[in-house]
Design a protein around this ligand. Structure first.
Ligand code: SF4
Length: 253
């Protein structure tokens, strides 16, 4: 394979120190998105808000989609990855593409790879391909947040568990929240304030440490750019006054 036929896997950003990451187009690849459902147009970057409120009336824009809206190069890379994957029809073909792409960045020697800052598991075949690919890299820790709980649950039911080097966090606020308890996998929820998270006794993850190494449910605090006048935007302003200025880079939850 030549380089332009591989998925683009990138090292680090301002939040994810020492971590490799890879993404798909936010919203476009997210069958479980609900409270966060946001898409940036592939060509223009224009944002479409498709959020549906949860029981508490909470909605917010996906930070990763906003990143795509602002940065054409980020959008291009994510769509290239999506196109490449969709050209591979079978799970075996997708697995081969993923394995070759991970090998190409030297991760075979070990490291940590976050699967999706933007985007999510868009099909069962794609989900299964990542699980199979992980078995070729016992020295790598893979991790994901996901709202594609139905694919996660289906895999766990069929295989009796997850690969030992693939760590998941179920991201709440999706279409399949009702299936989360059956997965027995930890979950994370976005809160509008640190006080709300603290009141529930949930630790707040600022670095992905809890996503990678934790085993308990945890919290994330609203961040990114939210529509003017929205509850999410008001929450951002209130948090800023209290000194929380948000994360310094993208997270897709
Ligand atoms: S927050 Fe995650 S699931 Fe929701 S639209 Fe963004 S990438 Fe997709």
């Amino acid at each position: 394979m030549t380089l332009n036929t591989l998925l683009k896997i990138t090292f680090e950003n301002a939040k994810l120190k020492g971590i490799w990451h890879y993404s798909l187009p936010s919203g476009h690849s997210c069958p479980g998105a609900k409270t966060c459902f946001t898409k940036a147009d592939r060509v223009t970057g224009k944002i479409t808000d498709l959020q549906t409120p949860d029981a508490d009336g909470v909605i917010y824009r996906c930070y990763a989609a906003m990143d795509e809206a602002r940065r054409p190069n980020v959008r291009a890379v994510r769509w290239d990855n999506f196109d490449l994957l969709k050209s591979k029809k079978s799970t075996a073909e997708k697995t081969k593409l993923i394995v070759e792409s991970v090998k190409a960045v030297g991760l075979i020697r070990g490291g940590t790879l976050r699967v999706h800052i933007g985007g999510d598991y868009y099909s069962q075949s794609y989900f299964n391909a990542w699980m199979k690919a992980a078995s070729y890299f016992p020295n790598v820790v893979f991790y994901s947040y996901t709202k594609s709980i139905k694919f996660l649950l289906e895999y766990i039911a069929a295989h009796g568990g997850l690969p030992s080097n693939f760590v998941f966090t179920c991201s709440k606020g999706g279409k399949y929240d009702n299936l989360i308890p059956q997965t027995m996998v930890k979950s994370a929820k976005v809160f509008f304030s640190m006080d709300e998270a603290n009141a529930l006794g949930l630790e707040i993850d600022h670095t992905d440490d809890l996503a990678i190494s934790g085993s308990d449910d945890f919290a994330l605090v609203i961040h990114g750019s939210q529509p003017a006048g929205s509850e999410a935007s008001k929450a951002l302003s209130a948090n800023k006054k209290k000194g929380f200025t948000g994360y310094t880079a993208t997270t897709n939850v």
